[in-house]
Design a protein around this ligand. Structure first.
Ligand code: SF4
Length: 312
């Protein structure tokens, strides 16, 4: 079965492409994520022809308000133009169906943020590496993250939801009933990111304006990814959970109803981890006779085996 495709800095996959012939293997990506996603590795510095081993490079400015340059640390070779040209070639050769990108943090080539920029041999300010900067300026509709942020369980889950969201929404065919069905399944995921976007997507998929299906699909895909780029908060999650509860309550006893509402409040007030509430809600969904709620993506809009919410 086809899997999402994620661009990635090659050293994170365990390839020995760093300046000293080592790697920066990210175990979770290699051992777990790779079971469910495919990767497109890139190494801008290898692509520049610098080889292994090579001189280390850094970003610097000659003038305080001058342009950022890439310079080799020992021989002081100015590699800026080569790095920019290579970034352009690498970008143009990326597969058109990427669903996300994982970049190596702090790298003068791959780091998307907070990479040191030197002035007169002292760290002066921070910015993006040359390849990352090129990628970030393209206003892509898939998520881009560095591996440092993947250590944070909430940011990791957000990234994975966006990757699978991008993958799933781009698998859709230009058929109105398919788009409506997709929208129905993603209801609670969308509510947990942004309720106004969920309602807007409902209007788009209803197609009251009688647009061509291809136009509806493109508008839906664009708005859907914009929705997933909103910030999830406990308040929004609690709102989605209350909606789910609304579909389950008729099958619950009074004591169970009170208990669930209390737990949702405790979660909203940051007094309960998500996993505790999610485990109970999932159990109730499993034993429910409500097919609509069983069919929802809410708890696992990605492969369940990744078990991401256990740390939330
Ligand atoms: S950080 Fe980027 S340029 Fe450096 S070794 Fe890794 S993939 Fe190559």
């Amino acid at each position: 079965m086809k899997k999402p495709l994620i661009g990635i800095s090659s050293c994170l996959l365990g390839n020995n492409v760093r300046y000293d012939g080592t790697h920066k293997k990210y175990n979770w990506v290699v051992d777990e994520l790779s079971l469910y996603a495919d990767f497109h590795p890139i190494c801008p510095e290898m692509e520049m022809g610098l080889g292994v081993p090579r001189e280390t490079v850094r970003l610097e400015k000659k003038e305080k308000d001058g342009p950022v340059q890439m310079v080799s640390n020992k021989n002081k070779t100015n590699l800026t133009q080569l790095a920019k040209d290579t970034a352009n070639v690498l970008y143009e050769s990326l597969p058109s169906h990427l669903d996300g990108f994982i970049l190596k943090k702090d790298s003068p080539s791959c780091g998307p943020e907070r990479v040191k920029i030197y002035y007169k041999d002292m760290p002066f300010e921070k910015g993006a590496g040359i390849f990352a900067d090129h990628l970030l300026k393209k206003s892509l509709d898939y998520p881009i993250i560095h591996e440092g942020r993947l250590h944070n369980p909430e940011l990791r889950e957000d990234f994975i939801i966006r990757v699978w969201g991008h993958f799933n929404v781009h698998k859709l065919k230009a058929k109105i009933s398919d788009i409506q069905n997709f929208h129905k399944k993603y209801k609670f995921v969308l509510l947990s990111f942004d309720e106004p976007s969920f309602r807007e997507l409902g209007r788009i998929s209803a197609n009251n304006k009688n647009r061509e299906p291809e136009e509806v699909l493109q508008l839906y895909q664009k708005t859907f990814m914009q929705a997933l780029f909103q910030t999830r908060t406990r308040k929004k999650q609690a709102n989605a959970l209350q909606h789910i509860y609304g579909f389950l309550k008729n099958e619950l006893k009074e004591k169970e109803k009170k208990n669930i509402l209390k737990l949702i409040d405790r979660y909203k007030e940051n007094n309960l981890p998500f996993v505790a509430l999610a485990t109970m809600m999932q159990h109730l969904i499993d034993i429910s006779s409500n097919d609509y709620i069983k069919d929802q993506y809410y708890f696992f809009p990605y492969p369940e085996e990744l078990e991401l919410f256990l740390d939330l």
